[in-house]
Design a protein around this ligand. Structure first.
Ligand SMILES: [Fe+2]
Length: 334
């Protein structure tokens, strides 16, 4: 009897210091006893098959200093599983004929994207492969300009619109696309990346795309392109085809102002999802935790009225990092 009494004392004492988890589910525990509960449900969005990746867009053509650097900083905080570009991230003038210039710009790009804490996939644009010399140099440095990979049973097909440069596709690449699609018939989604938006009738090589469109028609897919430096979404055969805006590239464009912005694109394909969710995250809206607004004029006036001798302290807005390619003199295009 004495032993039972002692045991009860121990249990009561332990329960006084250990929280009672009235609700638990997987990794979740709470001391809230209910119902009612101060939450809607415990269906956490943590399916292991869910895929989250980000895309960065054009930086070339008079890049604005610090924009891609800011995108890298934001991405390291958001933690997509990987980042893929849409081409034209190195600011090599497309009339350049020197290997040192190519390497200088690509070294500079690598210095920025090397800070990412997740993989970064290269896509070739017309500023990367602008002539035969650049094509050779690109191949030497980055490997194949068109390639594919499968991750979480999703096919990523990276095309090269400068094969050979400019603005062409080789029969070899078309054969590669056919072969790759045939080899991956049962992936749950296919994402295609190409720099020039050949899928738009505005592109002079629109006819090139028609063949690829028919190859993709029997599978769920989404296509991303860049090059125009303004945002333009299309729907083709019920699928999304998107021309992305910029991530630091030239914005002196004749396009509606609200389609010109710096962005990263966030793509989520849920394990049980039927359609990827695509969100444009404008860099203007992605503020660091320690962001401060400058003190408002009203607040300043009120403080000075209350105490005219008080000198209102000014807060400082955090400035964008002052980095960027050295300025160059050539006239840039897309
Ligand atoms: Fe381009």
């Amino acid at each position: 009897m004495k032993r039972i009494f002692l045991l009860l004392v121990v249990i009561v004492a332990a329960s006084a210091v250990t929280p009672v988890f009235a609700q638990s589910s997987g990794e979740f525990r709470s001391d809230v006893k209910g119902p009612p509960y101060p939450w809607t449900n415990l269906n956490f969005s943590n399916e292991p098959g869910t895929l989250r990746f980000a895309i960065v867009s054009d930086r070339a053509g008079w890049p604005r200093a610090g924009v891609l650097e800011r995108a890298v900083d934001v991405l390291n905080r958001l933690q997509p599983e990987f980042v893929i570009s849409i081409g034209d991230q190195a600011d090599t003038p497309d009339d350049e004929t020197s290997v040192p210039e190519f390497d200088r710009e690509h070294n500079f790009l690598d210095g920025i994207v090397g800070k990412l804490t997740m993989p970064y996939f290269y896509v070739a644009g017309n500023h990367d492969i602008y002539n035969a010399l650049a094509a050779r140099q690109y191949h030497k440095r980055r490997g194949r300009p068109y390639y594919s990979f499968v991750y979480k049973n999703v096919l990523f097909l990276v095309l090269c619109t400068e094969d050979p440069p400019p603005d062409q596709i080789s029969t070899r690449q078309i054969a590669y696309i056919q072969k790759t699609l045939r080899a991956n018939p049962s992936v749950r989604w296919t994402f295609v990346f190409l720099h020039r938006p050949w899928f738009s009738p505005k592109e002079k090589n629109h006819t090139i795309w028609k063949k690829m469109e028919s190859m993709l028609s029997d599978r769920p897919h989404t296509v991303f392109a860049g090059h125009w430096h303004h945002y333009e979404p299309y729907t083709k055969n019920g699928r999304k085809y998107i021309v992305l805006a910029t991530t630091g590239g030239d914005i002196r464009r004749k396009a509606p102002q609200d389609t010109i912005f710096d962005e990263i694109v966030w793509v989520t394909l849920r394990e049980k999802g039927k359609e990827p969710a695509i969100t444009n995250l404008t860099l203007k809206g992605m503020l660091p935790w320690d962001f401060r607004t400058p003190i408002s004029l009203d607040e300043k006036d009120n403080r000075q009225k209350r105490n005219p001798k008080e000198r209102t302290p000014e807060r400082k807005t955090k400035a964008a990092p002052k980095q960027g390619s050295p300025p160059r003199q050539s006239t840039s295009r897309k």
